[in-house]
Design a binder for this molecule. Structure first.
Ligand code: HEM
Length: 213
């Protein structure tokens, strides 16, 4: 067994903070939606607002980090290997076939992950942020005494925000299942905690060979 360093410090901090905030936003959001009762409506509204500000700050730092380190390039999916990856998750994995792509520090995401996370970053998160901000500033009055947003009904904003929340919960459930499909059930989880992933010596040797070629 060899260990390779896959997830840098900020990457891990951002991942777990985002996970905690999304969990908390889901709990408080669904209390506002009247699906669960934990803190009481008033407190749930207050906590949801505070957590959404923290989420916006985290997103700003994450965008800065992705751009300045060039990590954003990890999310460009390799379309030619996408179907092999889908075939692996729907059939090969149950026959114990090897993973069709290899994880390296330079390429930490498989094509399906890159494609899904790109959708998460470019569709799902913006959908929650935009609908959330519209919700927040609906019919509030700005410095010039003008109503900020009045042409969109609060009902449709709430529906979009709730729809996005359901999609996000579905994403998280699939995401947690996918984390168990690595080299061992917990190797991906451990990698996101420690930064290091354990790989077969054979695979590491292969990677070294690929790098040299
Ligand atoms: C920056 C991101 C977000 C912002 C700005 C935001 C903002 C808001 C606001 C303003 C409300 C209405 C409650 C209030 O008056 O404060 C709300 C409700 C809600 N939020 Fe968020 N939110 C965000 C992210 C999320 C996330 C990540 C989730 C969970 C997946 C979520 C789930 C919900 C749900 C389910 C409701 C109740 C909708 C309803 O039925 O009225 N929100 N959000």
């Amino acid at each position: 067994m060899s260990k390779i360093y896959i997830y840098k410090g900020f990457n891990r901090f951002w991942h777990w903070t985002q996970a905690a905030l999304i969990f908390f936003l889901t709990v408080t959001g669904f209390e506002v939606h009247d699906s669960i009762h934990l803190f009481g409506y008033e407190k749930a509204v207050y906590f949801h607002r505070i957590a959404s500000y923290a989420f916006l700050v985290l997103i700003a730092f994450a965008i800065f980090w992705h751009v300045t380190t060039g990590e954003w390039k990890q999310y460009i999916p390799n379309v030619s290997k996408l179907s092999a990856q889908i075939k692996y998750y729907t059939s090969g994995i149950f026959k114990k076939e090897p993973h069709p792509t290899k994880k390296t520090q330079v390429s930490k995401l498989n094509p399906l992950q890159a494609f899904t996370y790109l959708g998460f970053k470019l569709v799902l998160v913006p959908m929650m942020v935009i609908s959330g901000l519209l919700y927040m500033f609906h019919k509030t009055v700005d410095g010039n005494n003008e109503i900020v947003i009045r042409d969109i009904s609060l009902g449709s904003i709430a529906n979009w925000h709730s729809f996005g929340a359901f999609l996000l919960v579905a994403f998280v459930i699939v995401h947690i299942y996918m984390t168990t499909t690595g080299h061992t059930y917990t190797s991906n989880l451990k990698a996101m905690i420690t930064g290091y992933e354990e790989l077969d010596d054979e695979k590491v040797a292969d990677d070294e060979k690929n790098k040299a070629e």
